[in-house]
Design a protein around this ligand. Sequence first.
Ligand SMILES: [Zn+2]
Length: 418
Amino acid sequence: MCGGLGKKTKAREFNRATMSLRQTGSASKPLAVLAPAISKRKITASSIYDDSATTFTNIDGTEYAPGDYDSYQGKITVRRAVESSQNIPFVKIMEEIKPKTSIKYLKKMGIKNLTQKDNNLALSLGGEEKGVSPLEMAAGYSTIANNGVYIEPTFYTRVTNSSGEDILKTKQKQRKVFSKEVAYIIKDLLKQPVEGSNGTANYCAISGMDVAAKTGTTNENYDRWLCGFTNYYTAATWYGFDMNETINFNGNNPAGVLWSETMKKIHSKLKKAKFEIPSGVKTATICKDTGCVATEECPNTYTEYYLFGTVPGKCKEHKESIKTTTKTNTITNETKQNETKTEETLEKNEIKENNVVNKTTQNTEKQNSNSNSNKKNNNTNNTTNTNKNTTTDKTTNNASTQNKTNDVDSEISNNTDN
Ligand SMILES: [Zn+2]
């Protein structure tokens, strides 16, 4: 964690990683839009949205007409919209799911400072009233990395005495926000900015690793974000001024460069790791133009991932011979019936929370932040130049931690079943 730059002049001073609330721009899209919309089955990764100039009527009745960062792309899939961070499709999805639903999910992912004013379409594009801290963003993205389980961030795991006995042990609040299937689909969508030809975070690729990443920019270029993760670590970086001021830079998003440099180093000696597809995720060959299941006539196709019961129908724009159509339809229908049940059961389980906080956690964290602050807080008096934050939140460090996450999953399911 890095909370500022420059010389440290006092204890426990302003720490940007934990205390600085900033608007998050497009970095909020996966948390505010994708997670609730996919989880609630309002969209799939191949749903088509018209990315063109649109004037929306906001919750309070006022007009809202956000633009795209670059150019409008016309009818595109959600996947394509994620790739180059098109805005209009995300506002349209927010209009469908309602900002209230989004706020519910964000809160479950540890975003604490949302206000009544955030019940607003601008929430889809990270225009929060008060803002979000880099630590909260790291924890929010970790929820996706940890297969839908939010784990409260901690800065230590245990404190031992001279005989090696535990004096303090961290106990992090955990709750399941969405299913591992939903998490996987978001993970795969977030590979798009890194791997796609129109990707906004191509420079964040790490050799041999699946990388999920999303950039964020706010109005007037006041804030730059990069939030992302691998199977090993989640990191959120923010770059900007304490008092809103336009960031001027050449080349890549400075928060992204910071993210990339840090994460590449951290991963340099780690084993290659790809995101693992849960058995509950369904794959289908999709027509790029219509977002529907491809026929033999579809000119551009790709593989897409779905929750059970959400695989779209066949492409009607590129029709094929009758014989093949009948055969494929039968398969799709059969699978759909089986799929729906499983996902319904999952949804029932995923909403309930599992809070395992106790007094010890709160006390120990206070002590810990005291001792840490001396080491980690930097001077913030002369930081009107550039302030960088790095918050690294451990997700799945190795096989044993991964097992821990799996245990949590089953623990939560058991509890909710009772
Ligand atoms: Zn087609």
